[in-house]
Design a protein around this ligand. Structure first.
Ligand code: NAP
Length: 221
């Protein structure tokens, strides 16, 4: 898919754990301004942010949510601690996964046939959610990046209901060093949830397109 022409400057990251800090560092490397937050006050994470993601600004969650694009990198079981009001109208990447063998069984996800991102979208009413960056390991994000046009460039899928958000996210993924591949609506993210072939591997865009095409059609609710 084509990258956005909208100027995207600021990335807000909610969650300063393994994934949040890796995304923050890669975004900084590629020229974005990065604001990173946890549930704690900014002052409590200033030092660790300076060490782990030098160049990023430690902020409160409310300020991170003012960025052009917000990355949700909190443990899935904590999603209800997010404030939907902060994210209404915002382009948001949901990097979170539900995987009972490691997360333990979480009722909200275990007994609902929808994908975790559809459930998160319902909770974050008004957010323009895109499921992506969930199927690359945090340790790989800064290693597997390649310039556009590289023959074996790794591809990352994205899915969502909002074309403007998807275009923004596609441009972001491309700048991070990966080929963005539009999987379709949010429900199509089922094809790259934990346990799937896409989730478990590293794929170029043609292979990812083929795997997405071979995946069962997303269920609509
Ligand atoms: N590990 C991977 O390679 C990988 C790859 C792709 C996707 N994922 C998914 O990404 C998600 C995060 O994984 P992780 O390994 O990065 O988790 P993690 O290392 O446990 O970090 C989670 C971070 O979220 C913060 N947090 C918790 N509640 C918050 C809130 N309401 N607002 C802002 N920040 C909050 C935590 O800080 P405080 O508790 O101090 O606030 C912590 O900094 C998971 O759903 C995981 O499945 C993981």
């Amino acid at each position: 898919m084509s990258a956005t022409t909208t100027p995207l400057q600021t990335i807000g990251v909610l969650g300063a754990g393994r994934v949040g800090t890796a995304v923050a560092r890669q975004a900084l490397t590629t020229g974005y301004e990065v604001k990173i937050a946890t549930a704690k006050p900014a002052a409590e994470i200033e030092l660790i942010v300076e060490i782990v993601t030098p160049g990023a600004q430690a902020v409160d969650a409310a300020e991170a949510a003012t960025a052009d694009l917000v990355i949700l990198a909190v443990p899935l079981h904590k999603y209800r601690t997010l404030d939907p009001g902060l994210l209404a109208g915002k382009a948001v990447i949901d990097v979170m996964n539900y995987w009972a063998p490691t997360d333990g069984e979480i009722d909200d996800f275990e007994h609902d046939p929808r994908t975790s991102s559809e459930i998160i979208q319902e909770f974050l009413v008004g957010a323009r959610l895109v499921k992506s960056l969930n199927h690359i390991g945090y340790h790989e994000l800064e290693e597997d990046c390649q310039p556009a046009g590289a023959a074996d460039r790794r591809a990352l899928a994205l899915a969502g209901e909002h074309d403007d958000s998807k275009a923004l996210v596609a441009g972001f993924i491309d700048r991070l060093g990966y080929d963005p591949v539009d999987a379709g609506p949010l429900a199509a993210g089922r094809a790259y949830q934990p346990g799937t072939e896409i989730f478990n591997g590293s794929h170029t865009a043609p292979v990812l397109h083929a795997l997405l095409a071979a995946a069962p059609a997303p269920a609509f609710h």
